[in-house]
Design a protein around this ligand. Structure first.
Ligand code: HAM
Length: 434
């Protein structure tokens, strides 16, 4: 017997049934926001990730040399792939482009709760618009999606910031090695305060700078109010533009009735290197789990990939934390099989079974029948295990009068009916499990 690789999952049909429901709700919501589905290969050139995804993700790549001597990697995230496609097709596209995808991704991480080596991730991105309305669409879509799945503002918190705010603040402290500082700040929630300070000392920051950074990172609060505060305390053209854009986002989210979900949190910087502006993360309020969503604005990636300037904003949401959170709230769909009709047989009625099953399947019913020549009681037990809604019993004796039996397996109600009746109007007599 072989073992499954660590950090990967097998999904049995009943588990898939629940996952399909969740994924279909996700797709429905995202499409209601006007996003269109795309897909890209699971393997890409290694260099696609070395340009701007950041050291952390490079360390986690499943990379190998192929038979042609090229360095290849399984995709650890979708963003570089979508930007690659966008750059190559930008002449044919009408902007803004709103795309989504639910790829399977691979990261060689230490498997733990909510973090696996193989997972699915919903990605939505808007390309071509620098407007704060694009940022708001993306954040709103994240919120609406969670509401449609059954969460509310008591379960989740969307923490918003802008990387440029922190950079501007670091400049006022005379700190210019943003890259190193941001990387350490991104780790802050996962390490002790001493380790955090130690790491900042190691990149030559002093006590006074570290204390000021900590105070700044802890200045969390209501988004609209915090932005008002910031605009009083920070002047200057660069920072004013950032504050103005955050204000628009906050106001727009307020207009949509989403203010209860949102908070301002300057400690959100994101681990990936390509973000250039607004950044956000979604967490469960009790902080039992790792981040559910991460996203933000990344306006320079298309140019770095050799294309024109194409501003972009989007997010990724992993299925692993989502499942943990839905289970904790008791809203993960029941993991059971579903079938519309099972045909049980008595005697030699093969011809009739072939005919009825074909007619029903042509009418869109999900139909199965006995392939093991079992007795009736075992066929019924099997039908129940398959989650069949209706049972048709076709027996040699009844057929002499043209009759068969229909049993509703949910209510137990049973009746005799002419086979010809069922064949001529199946939807009148049988119900589909939705
Ligand atoms: P990310 O923060 O690396 O961002 O991942 C986003 C989400 O994917 C996380 O919040 C988490 O739910 C899920 N995720 C990440 N790593 C794992 C893992 N090892 N196991 C299970 N789930 C995981 C990105 O990937 C960006 N490319 C998102 C983006 C799209 N930004 C703009 N557009």
């Amino acid at each position: 017997m072989f073992e499954r690789l660590r950090g990967t999952r097998d999904f049995l049909p009943n588990e898939m049934a629940a996952r399909k429901k969740v994924f279909s709700t996700i797709k429905k919501t995202v499409e209601e926001f006007g996003f269109f589905e795309t897909d890209t290969p699971a393997i890409e050139l290694f260099d696609l990730y070395s340009i701007k995804s950041g050291e952390e993700i490079i360390e986690e790549l499943y990379a190998f040399e192929d038979k042609g001597g090229r360095m290849i990697s399984l995709r650890p995230e979708l963003t570089p792939s979508v930007v690659r496609v966008l750059v190559s097709k930008s002449k044919e596209l009408s902007f803004p482009v709103k795309w989504y995808s639910i790829p399977r991704l691979w990261r060689y991480e230490r498997p733990q709760s909510g973090r696996l080596r193989e997972f699915y991730q919903l990605n939505i991105d808007i390309f071509g618009s620098e407007d704060a309305r694009a940022d708001t669409e993306v954040i709103s879509c994240a919120i609406k999606l969670l509401c449609d799945l059954g969460f509310d503002d008591s379960d989740i918190e969307v923490r918003v910031s802008d990387r440029r705010l922190l950079q501007e603040f670091l400049l006022t402290l005379g700190i210019t090695n943003f890259h190193d500082v941001l990387r350490i700040i991104d780790k802050r929630e996962k390490i002790s305060q001493n380790d955090f300070k130690g790491m900042l000392f190691d990149i030559n920051l002093d006590d006074c700078q570290i204390n000021k950074i900590e105070t700044f990172l802890d200045s969390k609060g209501d988004l609209l109010q915090s932005i008002e505060e910031l605009s009083k305390n920070h002047k200057g053209e660069g920072i004013s533009k950032v504050i103005e854009s955050l204000k628009k986002i906050a106001q727009n989210l307020h207009d949509r009735g989403y203010e209860k979900f949102i908070s301002f949190d300057p400690s959100i910087v994101r681990g990936l290197d390509y973000y250039t502006g607004m950044v956000f993360e979604v967490h469960d309020r009790k902080r039992e789990f790792r981040a559910l969503f991460g996203g933000g604005r990344y306006d320079n990636l298309a140019e770095l990939f050799g294309g024109e300037h194409i501003p972009a904003v989007g997010f990724g949401m992993g299925d692993a934390v989502l499942e943990l959170m839905m289970r904790r709230k008791g809203i993960w769909p029941e993991e059971k099989l579903e079938l519309d009709v099972f045909i049980a047989t008595i005697g030699n009625v093969e011809k009739e079974v072939s005919k009825v099953s074909t007619v029903l399947r042509d009418s869109g019913f999900r139909v199965d029948f006995d392939l093991m020549s079992r007795n009736l009681s075992n066929q019924i037990k099997f039908a129940t295990k398959l989650g069949a809604r209706s049972l048709l019993i076709i027996g040699e004796r009844d057929l002499k009068d043209g009759n068969i039996t229909i049993r509703d397996l949910e209510t137990g109600k049973e009746s005799k009916i002419l086979l010809s009746e069922v064949v001529s109007s199946p939807s009148k007599h049988l119900t589909k499990v939705l």
